[in-house]
Design a protein around this ligand. Structure first.
Ligand code: NHR
Ligand code: GAR
Length: 229
């Protein structure tokens, strides 16, 4: 490809990698001006690693079980990432909490997608917790990563209705369809230089983020099926 050099992005995963796939597809479609330089998995043998290989993207495993402390794991991860000199680091289904040095090192250029409407349901098992709480609406949030887990400034959220017959699995699928839409969009905005943070709030083009409305539950054509490939 010719043209202006694209900003480097490194994607960190732990599993299926459907968000990774959505980002790869959005780059290919010309929506996201990124050069995905590497995919790093905290788990060996994940479907996400196979997706990276298929796309011709260098991939690595930094297995947290190979390290005695979290700090050592974080350091190995940082070394691997920094070899690619990315402008942006993206957590996409990454399952290990990151420590202070890591967060400080990538401050302002580290994003995560979390499967809930933050600040509701930080942490794990968000879909089961939303159902147990009788939530009428649920969704996903893309945020800047800070020391407070799932507590950083929110860039964009997608809201879907909870249906009467939802199980954690059907709800997760509805949320995932929206994740595949909003994560590439947030990355696009970041790389276009359109995001800023003021008083802990994210602005898009200097304005509070636009209302996104409520999304339908139907899956759209071309959606990536849930589950292993
Ligand atoms: N690290 C920091 N410092 N801040 C955040 O906001 C982070 C983070 C690391 C990961 C993703 C997050 C999510 O979207 C994320 C955000 C894993 C856990 C967790 O409890 C919590 C939140 C997130 C990811 N991990 C366990 C741990 O001991 C392991 C769980 C497992 O392996 O199943 O690290 O939800
Ligand atoms: C996504 O729903 C993502 O929001 C969530 O895990 C799934 C990963 O799917 N992330 C977390 O729970 C982080 N703790 P994917 O691997 O197919 O992108």
């Amino acid at each position: 490809m010719s043209g202006a050099p694209r900003d480097g992005v490194v994607v960190l995963i732990s599993g299926r990698g459907s968000n990774l796939q959505a980002i790869i597809d959005a780059v290919r479609a010309g929506q996201v001006p990124a050069d995905i330089r590497a995919v790093i998995s905290s788990e060996p043998g994940t479907p996400g690693l196979a997706r990276a290989r298929t796309a011709g993207i260098p991939s690595h495993v930094v297995n947290f079980r190979d390290f005695t402390t979290r700090e050592e794991f974080d350091r190995a991860l940082m070394q691997q990432i920094d070899g690619y000199q990315p402008r942006l680091v993206v957590l996409a289904g990454f399952m290990r909490i990151l420590g202070k040095n890591f967060i400080d090192h990538y401050a302002g250029r580290l994003l995560n997608i979390h499967p809930s409407l933050l600040p509701e349901f930080p942490g794990l098992n968000t879909h089961a917790r939303a159902l147990r709480n009788g939530a009428k609406y649920h969704g996903a949030s893309v945020h800047f990563v800070t020391h407070e887990v799932d507590g950083g400034p929110v860039i964009i959220q997608a809201v879907i209705p909870v249906l009467p017959d939802d199980s954690p699995e059907t709800l997760a699928e509805g949320v995932l369809n929206q994740e595949h839409r909003i994560y590439p969009l947030a990355i696009q905005w970041f790389l276009e230089g359109r995001l800023s943070i003021e008083d802990g709030r994210v602005l898009l083009d200097g304005q509070p983020r636009p209302e996104q409305g409520l999304f339908q539950r139907e899956s759209t054509p071309g959606d990536i099926p849930a589950g292993p490939i």
